[in-house]
Design a protein around this ligand. Structure first.
Ligand code: AMP
Length: 429
């Protein structure tokens, strides 16, 4: 038994899933390019205040889940528990508000840390990609953001997923809704889970986000934010829906959808598998956060974005058996017999790789048979064999590994002068 294991709730990402991760990454980058979003990378830790204020008091994240520590200079730092606050901090710090608005940014494979109860699909370190557009309040941007999230999963080939949509109003109309929510919940107080008792006092909107089974019927019957929208919020919501309809995006209004974070206003959305409850399996979620920049000390700046879990995207590829490109096999496997051949083979491997070929060479002093077996197992198209005879004649012996077993050696093996090897290979691959 090894002495150390990965910390509970964290996982190693091993090479066998590398191509799935790469596919998610390249799909995200492709969609980002098409929609005109540029990559931003912020540090994985920030001063605690960025998240404490940006995510908000009373949220599970801030109250219970942050990895917060003092560094050696006694500064309180927090490992990022979500991606948005850091991006908005960077937008303000670097004066990106002086550029043409909206500023459209995305992040990719950022580690996210939350001290949650580890379970399937829920880790203490996971990774997200996410998109943020700052400096524009137009509901068309909400629709673009949702379309973009949808398109990433379309490009991956995902089936049976649906966008859930809601509006939670703004500072103008939400207070009346919250008041009504508190009125509704107050008589039910004694029967609420402990967390919800606290939420009722500290952050009533989050009552709707409770994951406890026993509170679900109460949530289902709770007043709905969309019924309390003021004129401008209702209009905004209407335009978002009109645009989604026009693009024929399949979405469902979920009147109980709220986001776990404080800074959201108006549009909230989530992408989730159709059948399962969204709480365990959301692929991504986000919304409009017109209040966030101010919370972080900036001037009022509208914004909208989402974060999406990459482990869940990779898991979806597996569950739905979606096409993932295979790990690239070597194109050439170099087999060497004898010390002189090792030198020649090493140089050949370097020449091939420099010319752009994927080449592997056998290590150690193994028999030709063992080396040919390794060559076949590697999936290489060609074996390049170097023995004493080849060395003497200044040649490489090429063996076609794709030829069937019935093809005689003289039809699948070719002696090629060392100097002409690159050209010979180029003509055959
Ligand atoms: P959230 O900011 O909580 O909405 O998270 C955004 C997305 O990240 C979710 O929709 C999930 O896909 C993913 N996610 C959130 N928390 C976890 C976690 N603990 N483990 C794995 N994925 C997560």
């Amino acid at each position: 038994m090894p002495v150390y294991k990965a910390v509970q709730g964290t996982r190693d990402i091993l090479p066998e899933s590398e191509m799935a991760w790469r596919l998610v990454e390249s799909t995200v980058v492709g969609v980002a390019d098409r929609y005109g979003y540029r990559r931003v990378e912020t540090p994985i830790f920030e001063e605690t205040g960025v998240f404490a204020r940006g995510v908000g008091a009373g949220t599970d994240i801030v109250e219970k889940e942050m990895y917060t520590f003092k560094d050696r200079g006694e500064t309180s730092l927090t490992l990022e528990p979500e991606g948005t606050a850091g991006v908005v901090r960077a937008y303000l710090e670097h004066g990106l508000f002086t550029q043409a608005q909206p500023v459209k940014l995305f992040y990719l494979r950022i580690p996210i840390f939350r001290y949650e109860r580890p379970q399937k699909g829920r880790y203490r370190e996971h990774h997200q990609f996410g998109f943020e557009a700052l400096g524009e309040a137009d509901p068309a941007l909400d629709a673009e953001m949702i379309a973009l999230l949808w398109e990433i999963y379309q490009d991956l080939g995902a089936r049976d997923i649906v966008i859930q949509l809601n509006s939670i109003g703004d500072a103008n109309c939400r207070p009346a809704y919250i008041e009504r929510l508190v009125e509704y919940y107050t008589p039910l107080k004694d029967d609420l889970c402990d967390d919800c008792k606290v939420r009722l006092v500290k952050n009533p909107l989050r009552l709707l986000d409770c994951k406890e089974e026993r509170d679900q019927p109460k949530i289902a019957a709770a007043p709905k934010s969309a019924d309390f929208l003021c004129g401008p919020c209702a209009e905004h919501f209407g335009v978002v829906r009109t645009l989604l309809d026009a693009m024929a995006l399949p979405y469902a209004i979920n009147p109980l959808l709220v986001r776990g974070l404080d800074y959201y206003t108006r549009t909230v959305f989530e992408l989730a598998p159709e059948r399962e409850g969204r709480r365990q399996s959301a692929l991504g979620g986000g919304g409009r956060y017109d209040g966030l920049a101010e919370l972080l000390g900036g001037r009022p700046t509208p914004g909208i974005g989402f974060g999406a879990g990459m482990e869940r995207a990779v898991e979806l590829l597996k569950e739905q058996q979606l096409a993932v490109p295979p790990t690239p096999a070597p194109q050439v496997y170099i087999a060497v017999l004898g010390a002189g051949a090792h030198v020649e083979g090493t140089v050949l491997a370097r020449d091939l790789r420099s010319a752009g070929w994927r080449a592997q060479i056998a290590f150690g002093a193994r028999s030709l048979k063992a080396q040919m077996k390794a060559a076949n197992n590697s999936g290489a198209r060609w074996a390049a064999i170097i023995g004493d005879g080849e060395l003497e004649r200044g040649e490489i012996l090429w063996r076609d590994l794709a030829a069937g077993a019935d093809v005689p050696d003289d039809a699948r093996q070719f002696s090629v002068p060392r100097a002409g090897v690159l050209e010979w290979l180029r003509e055959r691959m």
